[in-house]
Design a protein around this ligand. Sequence first.
Ligand SMILES: [Zn+2]
Length: 417
Amino acid sequence: MSILIEDVLHQGIETNVYIEGNTICYIGPEKKEAKTVISGQDKAIFPSLINGHTHAAMTILRGFGDDMPLQPWLETKIWPLEAKLTEEDIYWGTKLACLEMIKSGTTMFCDMYWHVHSAAKAVEEMGIRAVLSSVFLDSFDQTKASEQKKRMEILVEEFQRYSSRIRIALGPHALYTVSGETLRWIAHFAKEKELFIHFHLSETAKEVEDCIDQHGLPPVLYLDKLGFLSERLLAAHGVWLTEKEMEVLAQRKVNLIHNPTANLKLAVGKIFPYRALKERGIPCCLGTDGCASNNNLDMLEELKFAALLQKWQENDPTILPCEEAWSLATEQAAQIFRIPSGKVEVGKWADLILIDLNQPSMVPHHNIVSNLVYSAGPSVVDTVICDGRILMQDQKVPGEEEIISQAKKIANSLITR
Ligand SMILES: [Zn+2]
């Protein structure tokens, strides 16, 4: 399998990009012979985006319960519906999520949700990449904890059947739903099996206050005492952090995932301390969170929210400039997930997007990255390639009509069940 993208704009120069297998093999003036040739006329080539924190199948809960405080929202809207979710719901919900991600230029996401095999099947079929974790919570119950541990051990084995685009991770939900002893086991198991741990950290003031009440320490220091913090940890949110906690996160090389839209929508009361984290060298990337609290999976929109929020918070328009924001969702994210993508460069994976430079929000072309971060929406994404395979061309994804119609059917049946 080989692809040539000819006459495409790359870093201000019209060039040709040649892909063999799943790798970018050549960028330059030569038009190498390839099985598939794509015209790059009036298009620019970029790495595809990486969504660091999602609950993909929650697409089918989109718009069901908005504008509510976190706890009643979870208790009266989300949890009762989630209790009724079947494997089929998750499958079509994840297909819809993957479709939305492909259409907005994302080819890799890091997920935490229920029925993880159904999610894996959907990802496999859609052709993108995912780090999938099954929600792991013991609700401080010993019996539940041992069941979950056993289930995790089995899942890790079972996931070997999937392609290399899919990786399993551990998904302890948060410190208010998982016991300290279980978190300790998870850290140990993750190290032994070389797995990521996907976790919600310090999202709300209540979480921090409760932790201090129960353990006499704020979350990060408590987790450190348990031996839970390491470079394997992917911690979503991290908005309520003290200076001391940031020092410890840096020492333990923890990765943080910023979810600006979800934080704003759920009014978590603080803004991600990007400058302080960056100064300490803490790796950061961006995520959308689930569709019930965002309400989309559009990383282009997330980039804009992230950049604007930091400027507002720091009262400084120079912080998180567009190139740096772009890097958070591409190169820096690829480093966190330890994959050779996030850059259009020879030797990197062919995880790429072609941007239509004639879309109104992309004109004029003074600064294309600025257009992508501050101006563009999903409609500018013309072509998406992942793992050397074309997933979308001329904005068309094969099978999209069926996904839309099944997702509508599933969502309607879910609320009347
Ligand atoms: Zn989340």
